[in-house]
Design a protein around this ligand. Structure first.
Ligand SMILES: [Zn+2]
Length: 499
């Protein structure tokens, strides 16, 4: 019969706490054992004389794929050993995650599970928790980065980054490997940026994620982006436009030809707005083709989405010309970036198509000025443009905790510059419903002008130049003022997002 093979009595020097961070010590604890070091493939374990469960030791070897070395302790020594290990490991791990129900585990994905047997399953659990927490908090992105002495996980929620989890750097490389395997990236490649996708299942819902790596001085950084599906797209009514804005939008789009250009800084929801418009226009009677870089969200049945791919020769301008040979009614062009793509977009609009596109410019006069800089024929501009819009995305106050307050002097000054007199404001107090952030969800602030708008006509006449800063922002400021007035957001959020 096999017996437990004790090496010798435990000595203090045998204990290497730092090496144990991947071990789930609780498992040992409940089974009357104590892990004391993990060196390469050898796990050292302390046990008392009374321990006789040989099968448990065999199990540990098999599960963790490690050899074991066993050391004898007396029961007093065992108690103090456990206390040392557990207190220092728990404080070191610092993993503070919400509790997840058992059902919220991520479903198996096609992957090489053999890489993650045994002790590494803690890594798998950590990766799952990182993703689930992001999903639960409606994060759009998750950033995981090695900051020299700790690994930090940050979530982008309602447009802002929040620090969430810090843990020991020893886990980092394995975490990266796990993410790479999930998204079928080359695990051996650490010097080049990589990008892939994975699908996980949370609460019976398939969630698509884009996983990107970036080599940095402190190792590879991982960024995850939640890629939402058709069902997550907003209807035009939910964007934050008021009724007049929606009606005038629908009226001008119904002409069915010309170009509508929407501007605003990065991350202000330009694409979301145009996607919801496309969905509204997609009544089955029109051929809608998009050209995007990248085409991440499936917009809907019957809409053809084309991805820009410069290495295969599909640039924005070449893509537009190719699309025109497919008899489109409506073309969505992800972004006008340069002269050739701008000219191709205007040519498409001139030949009787409805073109929707975005440009990275903050205000309407800036967008107009940009069109002239891109050397679009002035006659084409005035004969093709249906409208120009700009938008901002602001966080909405949590209805559970926001309170009416007197406006600050900063808020008064800010609105006074636009000849607006703010009488009251709202605090973002914070409560359990909003995770103490004071805000929950976002809404758009819009300034849309159509070709029958006198201001827009005068901007075209001036080629967008010589417009005072105050005048460029006045409409966004008025819309923001109304949003505060209705208690949707507050001045702090407006001042942060307007410029
Ligand atoms: Zn709240």
């Amino acid at each position: 019969m096999k017996t437990i093979n004790i090496i010798r009595d435990f000595e203090d020097k045998d204990l290497v706490i730092d090496s144990l961070e991947e071990i789930d010590e609780r498992y040992f604890h409940i089974n009357g054992l104590c892990p004391i070091s993990l060196k390469e493939d050898v796990l050292s374990i302390a046990l008392t004389e009374s321990f006789s469960n040989l099968r448990l030791i065999e199990n540990i070897k098999k599960t963790l794929q490690k050899k074991t070395r066993l050391f004898k302790t007396d029961s007093d020594q065992m108690i103090s050993l456990k206390k040392d290990i557990f207190s220092s490991l728990t404080s070191k791990k610092k993993i503070e995650l919400n509790t997840f129900s058992e059902h919220s585990c991520i479903a198996p994905i096609a992957e090489n599970l053999a890489l993650f047997t045994g002790g590494l399953s803690e890594i798998v659990k950590t990766v799952n928790r990182i993703i689930i927490q992001g999903y639960r908090e409606n994060a759009t992105d998750i950033h995981i980065q090695n900051m020299k002495d700790s690994v930090i996980v940050r979530y982008r929620i309602d447009g802002l980054l929040y620090d969430s989890i810090h843990f020991n750097t020893n886990m980092y490389e394995k975490l990266i490997t796990r993410f790479k395997v999930m998204s079928r990236l080359d695990i051996a490649e650490t010097r080049l940026p990589q990008s892939g996708r994975t699908t996980v299942r949370i609460d019976d819902k398939a969630i698509n994620l884009r996983v990107s790596t970036l080599p940095t001085r402190t190792g590879e950084k991982i960024s995850l982006r939640f890629l939402y599906g058709t069902h997550d797209l907003l209807s035009i009514k939910d964007l934050g436009m008021n009724k007049d804005q929606i009606d005038s939008f629908a009226n001008h789009m119904s002409v069915g030809k010309g170009i509508f250009i929407i501007g605003g800084p990065t991350g202000t929801g330009k694409t979301t707005t145009l996607y919801s418009i496309l969905q509204k226009l997609n009544d089955g009677s029109k051929n809608i083709i998009t050209l995007e870089d990248p085409a991440e969200i499936e917009i809907g049945c019957g809409i053809t989405q084309v991805q820009v791919n410069n290495s295969f020769g599909i640039s924005f301008s070449e893509g537009i010309r190719a699309i025109l040979r497919h008899d489109p009614d409506i073309i969505f062009i992800g972004e006008i970036r340069d002269r050739t793509s701008a000219q191709a977009a205007f040519e498409a609009a001139l030949t009787g198509h409805l073109v929707l596109t975005t440009v990275h410019m903050p205000t309407i006069p800036d967008i107009v000025e940009r069109l002239y800089q891109l050397e679009i024929d002035p006659l084409n501009i005035t004969s093709s443009v249906i409208g120009v819009g700009t938008q901002r995305l602001v966080r909405k106050l949590c209805t559970g905790c926001s309170q009416k307050i007197k406006p600050s002097s900063t808020a008064k000054r800010f609105f006074a510059d636009f000849e607006l007199n703010i009488e009251y404001d709202f605090s973002a107090t914070g409560c359990a419903a909003c995770n103490n952030r004071g805000y929950k969800g976002r809404t758009g602030i819009f300034d849309n002008r159509y070709i029958d708008d006198e201001n827009l006509i005068s901007y075209f006449m001036n080629r967008g130049k010589n417009i005072k800063r105050k005048d460029k922002y006045i409409e966004l400021a008025k819309e923001s003022f109304n949003a505060i007035h209705k208690g949707i957001t507050n001045s702090e959020e407006i001042i942060r997002s307007l410029w």
